[in-house]
Structures are given as structure tokens and as C-alpha cells.
Write a protein that binds this ligand. Structure first.
Ligand SMILES: [Cu+2]
Length: 175
């Protein structure tokens, strides 16, 4: 009988490990749609999957852009416009989508070299201290959504946030 506890030990250790491990916070579906001209900002989208605990997205940064802001799309006086947001709360196990027609990133003066590299690294800062780096796939404006993302991103075809960004150029930004 002395051999039995030893044989069971690895299994017991495994169970204990999985028992105290919490569901992770992670980010996927990251895309940056490059603006066709340097003066207007590019748009960024991604999806945050909260883990076992509620968490707040506090900021998004990128070394490939001079400035990055989080925006939400709102209707004001019958007009679609957008406003800057400084955080987004996500409930436990919640899914937060930044997507065309809704919340989105705006990135000013994106480094043109990302068109060659095909990616923009975004850093997402969370209230629990997590900093999550994600490589967003670069899309040029007018390009179809990349195949892996097209299943979820039905907004990519119909809704073009560039309309909103053009409004920003006309001074309509509601901040
Ligand atoms: Cu915007």
C-alpha cells in the first residue's frame, strides 16, 4: 500500500493546480484599418474576454502611433458622432468588443512602415495591473476583412467608421 500515495501524487498536484487557476483575461480579433491619408486617424478594433473577475480597460497605447484614443459612437441630434471614453468596465467573464459602428480606437499618425510589416502592436492596460500586448492585423482602407476575422466581424462590410472619421476632420468631434 505504500506505493499507492506516491502514484496518486502527480494527479493530486494537477487537480490542486487547476482548482486555483482562474480563467484568464485575454484579447483577440485585433485589427487596425489604416486611414488613406495621413491627416485623418486610423481606426482600431479588438475583443477583450474578461476572466473570472470583473476588470476595467483603462487605456490602449501603441508605439506605432503618435496618439491613441478610445471612442464610442453615439447619436446626437440625429447625427452619428463619437466621443472619447477613458475607461470601459467589463463584468466577470464578459466580452467587450471594439467594432465598426461602436466603440473603436482612433490612432493618429500611424507609422507608415506598418503597411509593410502588416501589424500594429497594441498595449491594453487594465485595472488589475495586466498589460496585454496584441498584434493587430493591418488592413488598408477598402480592403476586405482578413478571412479569419470575417466570420465575427459582420460590421466590416457594411459599416465604415471612416465616415465618422471624416466628420472628425470637419470639426464635429464631440469631446
Ligand atoms: Cu473615433
Amino acid at each position: 500500500m505504500r506505493i499507492l500515495p506516491a502514484a496518486l501524487l502527480p494527479l493530486a498536484a494537477l487537480v490542486a493546480l487547476s482548482g486555483c487557476e482562474k480563467a484568464p483575461l485575454y484579447v483577440d480579433q485585433a485589427v487596425v484599418r489604416l486611414s488613406p491619408n495621413a491627416e485623418s486617424p486610423s481606426a482600431g478594433y479588438f475583443t477583450v474576454h474578461a476572466g473570472a473577475d470583473p476588470v476595467t480597460l483603462r487605456a490602449v497605447t501603441s508605439e506605432a502611433a503618435v496618439r491613441v484614443e478610445m471612442h464610442d459612437s453615439v447619436v446626437k441630434n440625429g447625427l452619428m458622432t463619437m466621443q472619447q471614453i477613458d475607461h470601459v468596465d467589463i463584468p466577470a467573464k464578459g466580452v467587450l468588443r471594439f467594432e465598426p459602428g461602436g466603440r473603436h480606437l482612433m490612432l493618429w499618425q500611424v507609422d507608415p512602415s506598418v503597411a509593410q510589416s502588416g501589424k500594429v502592436t497594441l498595449t491594453l492596460l487594465f485595472s488589475n495591473g495586466d498589460r496585454i500586448l496584441v498584434d493587430a492585423a493591418v488592413q488598408k482602407t477598402g480592403e476586405a476583412a482578413p478571412a479569419p476575422a470575417s466570420a465575427h466581424s459582420n460590421g466590416m462590410q457594411g459599416h465604415d467608421m471612416m465616415k465618422d472619421h471624416d466628420m472628425a476632420n470637419m470639426g464635429n468631434m464631440a469631446h
